[in-house]
Design a protein around this ligand. Structure first.
Ligand code: FE
Length: 186
């Protein structure tokens, strides 16, 4: 092989290696984007109605909910059970992010509206938007309270009280188990 041919072969080999490295880097960057996207959504294969984007109202029977929700969530969401205070995942969390309905994925609260409450349940002074929650009078347990329900699936979330901080003076007192939390991307 002549010297010029040998130099050409070397150049071709070097160019091939550079190209291979470039493709590999693109692949890694695409995977990194994919994983950061995945961090922002929750998938529940056992619950086909769960979505962070579909706002269609749900009107499922109790039997259908029982089939697709974990037992403890089913009891809170569909039968207004209350988790024990200071036992839930979010009552003392101050991580920035978004809270969704654990039964249907509906957007409920932003962490900006969460405040440190001494009641033992995650507490917010306002909902994420006007389509997040609806309200119902609740006279159970001999008390006069206002129940908070998910506006999309009608699931029980907790109660709302008038002893919250400014600017609203409201306290959405929620069950952790009725919430899914997605932290903000860094
Ligand atoms: Fe819901």
């Amino acid at each position: 092989m002549k010297r010029s041919e040998s130099v050409s072969v070397k150049i071709v080999i070097i160019l091939s290696m550079v190209a291979a490295l470039s493709f590999s880097a693109c692949g890694q960057s695409r995977n990194a984007n994919q994983s950061s996207l995945n961090m922002n959504t929750i998938s529940k294969p056992e619950n086909p109605y769960y979505s962070h984007t579909d706002t269609t109202k749900l009107n499922l029977s109790d039997a259908e909910w029982k089939k697709i929700l974990p037992k403890e969530l089913y009891e809170v969401s569909r039968h207004a059970a209350t988790e024990q205070p200071f036992t839930g995942k979010y009552w003392n969390s101050d991580v920035r992010g978004t809270y969704y309905c654990a039964a249907c994925g509906n957007l409920l609260f932003r962490s900006d509206a969460k405040f440190a409450s001494t009641c033992g349940w995650p507490s917010f002074f306002e909902q994420a938007n006007k389509n997040s929650t609806v309200y119902r009078r609740d006279t159970s347990l001999g008390m006069e309270r206002t129940e908070v329900l998910c506006a999309r699936c009608g699931g029980h979330l907790g109660h709302i009280f008038d002893d919250g901080p400014p600017p609203t003076g409201k306290r959405y007192c929620m069950n952790s188990i009725a919430l899914d939390f997605v932290p903000d991307s860094k």
